[in-house]
Design a binder for this molecule. Structure first.
Ligand code: R2B
Ligand code: URA
Length: 294
């Protein structure tokens, strides 16, 4: 894992403020050095569910009465669980929140000399022109102008940061479907917006300065450009992981078809079941990779 920052080489110790961790903590290196996979999800609950499933589905040996422990217990910003070689962390909502946690996790992996690390964002999204419940594997993350990079103001200037996701890892994930699945796994571009409402062409925010016609025309333009879903963090993953030399993939279930509606009205049971779909795909992938490593 690489960092693009020469200042870190002379740093004696580092504090990861939002994770409530520091390189000075006991067992810091041992905790993270054997990590091979980091799975991110937005919410704390989904991260716990993913860790719990990994614990059971990877056949990790655990003492009787073992309970998953949150490694970030000194803060309530993020939660983190370790299951064998897999770390599960939540990233909150949006580019800002996910950028903070990715900066700190990449530094943690760098200081602990972790090698061959893959990262996955396991999330939810709005689908464009595909049935709700479909799992989309992001081929290219694009911004709200459909450009494949992240443009951010740094030192008073707009800097373009290139984005890229792992082609070979995506190909393997796309093959993780099972004939018994009642959902499809498809590749597609993902639009990463700064906002859930106007930024995603929604008519139901507290502010909306366009009409249905303009909304549909923009979604059609995105669809024609290859975009199949919209969410709020894929560009952070595609830029930060690419620059750190980490294979990254973004795997999201779609909760609605944005050509038809803006509101997410499926039942809670259905949402819960759909949230497991991208987890299922990633668990199958990690399981097959771990078998190959053995
Ligand atoms: C998908 O869902 C969240 C917004 O509801 C956001 O984190 C995202 O990318
Ligand atoms: N997450 C998003 O960012 N957009 C949606 O429409 C649904 C989930």
């Amino acid at each position: 894992v690489q960092v693009r920052n020469d200042f870190l080489r002379d740093q004696k110790a580092d504090t990861f403020h939002h994770l409530g961790l520091s390189t000075k903590m006991k067992h810091f290196n041992e905790t993270f050095s054997d990590l091979k996979y980091v799975c991110f999800s937005g919410s704390q609950g989904r991260v716990y569910n993913m860790a719990d499933r990994l614990l059971n589905e990877l056949n990790i040996s655990k003492p009787i009465g073992f309970q998953l422990a949150n490694i970030c217990k000194n803060t309530d910003r993020y939660v983190m669980y370790k299951v064998g070689p897999v770390l599960c962390v939540n990233h909150g909502i949006g580019i800002s929140s996910s950028s903070v946690v990715l900066n700190e996790i990449i530094k943690v992996l760098y200081y602990s000399n972790a090698t061959d690390v893959s990262m996955f964002r396991i999330g939810t999204s709005g689908g464009i022109g595909i049935s709700a419940g479909t799992v989309v594997i992001t081929s290219v993350a694009v911004d709200g102008l459909l450009r494949p990079f992240l443009e951010v103001p740094i030192l008073g200037e707009l800097v373009k940061i290139p984005s890229s996701l792992s082609v070979s890892q995506n190909e393997k994930l796309l093959k993780c479907g099972d004939p018994s699945d009642d959902f499809q796994i498809i590749p597609g571009k993902t639009m990463c917006s700064w906002d859930f409402y106007e930024g995603q062409a929604r008519l139901d925010g507290a502010r909306c300065e366009f009409n249905m016609e303009k909304k549909q025309a923009f979604l059609k333009k995105a669809y024609d450009d290859g975009v199949r879903n919209v969410e709020m963090e894929s560009l952070t993953f595609a830029t930060m992981c690419c620059q750190a030399g980490i294979s990254a993939s973004v795997i999201c279930v779609t909760l609605l078809n944005r050509f038809e509606t803006d509101q997410i009205t499926v039942s809670e049971d259905c949402l819960r079941e759909w949230a497991h779909r991208p987890m299922t795909v990633v668990i199958r992938h990690i399981r097959s990779q771990l078998c190959k490593r053995e």
